[in-house]
Design a binder for this molecule. Sequence first.
Ligand code: FAD
Length: 329
Amino acid sequence: MKGDKIWEAIKELFPGAQEGVPMARYTTFKIGGPAKYFVSIKSVDELQQALALALKHSLNYFMFGGGSNMLVADEGFDGMAIKIEMNAYSVADDTVVADAGVVTAILTRAAIDAGLTGFEWGIGVPGTIGGAVRGNAGAFGGEMKDVVESAEALVDGEVHTFSNAECKFRYRHSIFKENGGIVVGVTLKLKPDAERGGVKKMMEYLDKRNKTQPKGAASTGCIFKNYEFPPKVDQPLADAPFLETMRAKSVPEEFLTKKRISAGWLIEQVGMKGAKVGGAEVSAAHGNFIVNSGHATAADVRTLIVNSKEKVAGKFGIDLEEEIQYIGF
Ligand SMILES: Cc1cc2nc3c(=O)[nH]c(=O)nc-3n(C[C@H](O)[C@H](O)[C@H](O)COP(=O)(O)OP(=O)(O)OC[C@H]3O[C@@H](n4cnc5c(N)ncnc54)[C@H](O)[C@@H]3O)c2cc1C
């Protein structure tokens, strides 16, 4: 907009920047109102410049990769959306080096084609490798923590290298959720696949996904983290009463042994599977997915989330925690 000093500064730095961009275009949920300003960045240098600009003008910003793990408010975002579009990668020996904006599935395929194993599970994880590192994405027993050798991230304006241990990976968590670091690159260490079974494994994983996840509908993957037993429950003395309560509520032994209860199962138990609000529906195929039938709003999705949380808390005394990130709420 003419006369908007911030917009003029953005345009000067990023001639391709846009105003009022509907985030629904950039999220797998196909939901989300307009970002006031929108820039795509193609290098660490550009990212640093965008962040410096935001700081200088006290401008709110958020950054994203594939938009496959977030819910953007219907009102949009009053600030700058920064899309990470650094897309270079290389594979040499057993090592894959990639920019944060590389699509995870592309990297999986490249690793398989190079005769490497250990990352086949990444084929069905939408979004970018930067987003996958931040959330320690995982599937079929594999997690980023098993394959990351190191990650480079921008923290307080400077690029730092984090070893695997320094990434502090745990279930759907990394240090970058704590320090706000923006992952700019990652190095994966894989293993040579003497049997060359990667393509077969990949196809099996895709097949399993097709059988257990809603097909063809827009979603943002699992809404909630599976419920992990609180640390004190790991102590033998604290275990007994907790397990007793869970058994009384018919929680399957399989979950009690793993000390992790499937969020999808909990949602199904409270009768939310198939529940609809507006254009949003808790998937009948997978209780932890909400699907957009085409005209869902973020408010519809939020209502389903709140209802699910309340019902699970009411019946099981368990507070489900969102895996997805809220933007603009
Ligand atoms: C159909 C479907 C299936 C899915 N299956 C799985 C699955 O099996 N396993 C799984 O773990 N996830 C799954 N997901 C969720 C999602 O794909 C992953 O969480 C993915 O890694 C998110 O990456 P992204 O680039 O899309 O992140 P975005 O949605 O773009 O961003 C998510 C969050 O990460 C932050 N972020 C993004 N990029 C970076 C970066 N470079 N540095 C720091 N922070 C960053 C954003 O600010 C935001 O807070 C699924 C999603 C869908 C839609």
